[in-house]
Design a protein around this ligand. Sequence first.
Ligand code: PEP
Ligand code: MN
Length: 269
Amino acid sequence: SDDYKLVSGKWKVKPTTLDLGDGVHIGQDDFSIMLGPCSIEGEEQISRTIRHLKDNGIRIMRGGVFKPRSSPYSFRGMGISGLQLWHQLAQEAGIKIITEVMQVSQIEEMYPYVDVFQVGARNTQNFNLLDELGKVDKPVMIKRGISGTIDELLYSAEYVFSAGNEKLILCERGIRTYEPSSRNTLDLNAVPILKEKTHLPVVVDPSHGIGIRHLVEPMALAAVMAGADGVIVEVHERPELASSDGQQTLDHQQSSQMIDRLRQTYQLR
Ligand code: PEP
Ligand code: MN
């Protein structure tokens, strides 16, 4: 059969949990909040973000150093030197790093500095990249394709799993629909459906999902009640100055409020 199997909840009934070390887990009985800028921009921005995470008890920082931009003239990220700088500062603070890998050749150079490899929505069906990430012994978070179905996301996870890497996280980040009022249509249906179909942890990205700053928090809270294992949210001290995705990025005050409400909401689940 060409159906997915290894990622199926029938194949493994017990939910998968991931151990990132130093007491940081993703999965069952843990709601993971991952925060950070869309793009890593420099030492000061990294330090201020880490301070914000520490102040709020958050252990996982997101950020891109290789950015998939619609226009080739947009900021495309600091590259590997930005990742090295970030890793040095994050490690000192006990913060874990999740960041996007765009191509096979980057895996090896990024490996020492990454805690979770992110596969972006434009690469969900880059099967060569998925095969190679299957040979890595670090967790991989796969985002749903821009026009991808839930089953296509599961097949992408099956690629990585069947190539040898079982440390997987799935991410709903909105899909492209006919609705122009929001950047994407955040498909929260995917959360309970995925939780039923697979044993893998499911994370929601409300930032790219709705794309409108003041509407990110309600969708993050909705993700909790939909059954998500975590959220990944774009945060910047000065969103209006961010190199990318400022329009959907929370400032630190908005972020702290969201974190408090996420924790309160999780208690209700
Ligand atoms: C991002 O996380 O900044 C990003 C580019 O996300 P996506 O791949 O979901 O568009
Ligand atoms: Mn972004």
